[in-house]
Design a protein around this ligand. Sequence first.
Ligand code: F0G
Length: 440
Amino acid sequence: MACPRCGSLLDVQYEWDRLPAPRSLRDFEAKWARRQDPYCFSGVWRFYELLPFAPQEFCVTVGEGQTLLQPSDGVGEYIGLKSGRLFLQYEGLNPSGSFKDNGMAAAFTHARLIGARRAACASTGNTSASLALYCAATRLMRAIIFVGSGKIAYGKLSQALDYGALTIQIAGDFDDAMARVKEVSQQLGIYLVNSVNPFRLEGQKTIMYRVLEGLGWEVPDWVVVPGGNLGNSSAFGKAFEELYQLGLIRRKPRLAVINAVGANTLYILYEKQKVRWNDGQVARQTVADYYAQMDSEGRRASTIASAIEINRPVNLDKCLRALQWCQGLVREVTDEEILDAKAQVGAGGLGCEPASAASVAGAKKLVAEGIISPDERVVCVLTGHVLKDPTATVAYHTTDQKMFNEVLGRRGVRRPAFANRPVSVSNNLEEILKAIQLYG
Ligand code: F0G
């Protein structure tokens, strides 16, 4: 999926003037009336005209993208925004419980177009769950997934196993698995569905179309998204740039990409070392030197937000491009900030996994810095469902010190500010009634 000459990732480009490009974004809404048609039901293919890389009859769908832009004053207040200014784009509602299904529908469409029989990915858990689901549900391909041993949350691992994927646990982390899956898929001619695959990003553009739809086609001031392999941020930037070029929006939102402190490659490169897209002239030597330094110090990504525990984001260049297009910036947040933000999201009733809450923790930081004003309209993307990583959630709320220490304490998390501790009582009616009186 890379250019054989320069090694950069390929990008999907359309000749819009030769295509029936949409005249108005409101036309997409009309498709809601035809929801018995799977291409209108799918939250990806409803926007077919904005990702027309395959004939429509090839488009694969399992009903992805029925997701919600939810106003959330409770979480907004926590972030420091005025009432009515925060919206959470809840991608946990996808069939496999994360945003990955948007991209997988598009990658499967391309795979079907070229007649692939096997598909592989390296994953911190959600891409693999999504790939496994699409293989099982469509029976188009056999799934082979590579995961770092002990590096993937149980909810996600259980999905891959249940959906019947060939699951290869590598003694290493995501970056090791990524390097291997590239070698293996090249040697065996297996279709690679990591976000090095440009069609994945085409599908993920639709998350932003649904955000706009949820806002009555008004552009928010900010889109805040967690950054791991940087597929989402790259796709969002491309979505807005294309809509802008097509004259379908008049301005672009600002993009904020949020790293975990323990996996902060983009933050260091962009904010500290000032690496920029620079119209394609990325300072490669600076990036190479930073990676060499990480290696020589034996530094590996480490965060409770296992989904974004990544050292070398494969979409770095495209993300830098998106940051240029959308006047972006990057922040890092600690595991403690992530978990507190996650508990606030949960208390608001949606629930997300740790990596997703980085967007909320990042938005809070940007308000505190005075970069986001309390009056601005902010969208935080919640990338994955709360049930993906029950261990992190239970460890945060638990009274079991051993579990807390093993899961969170060793990562420097000291004080869960919003722990909702379970109350233990013996099986005795009076004690139960007393506990309810005391805490209820
Ligand atoms: N949030 C969740 C829940 C994720 O699973 C991921 C990535 C991200 C955020 C980061 O998104 O890579 O587009 O910057 N998960 C990948 C995986 C790496 O293998 O499931 P990104």
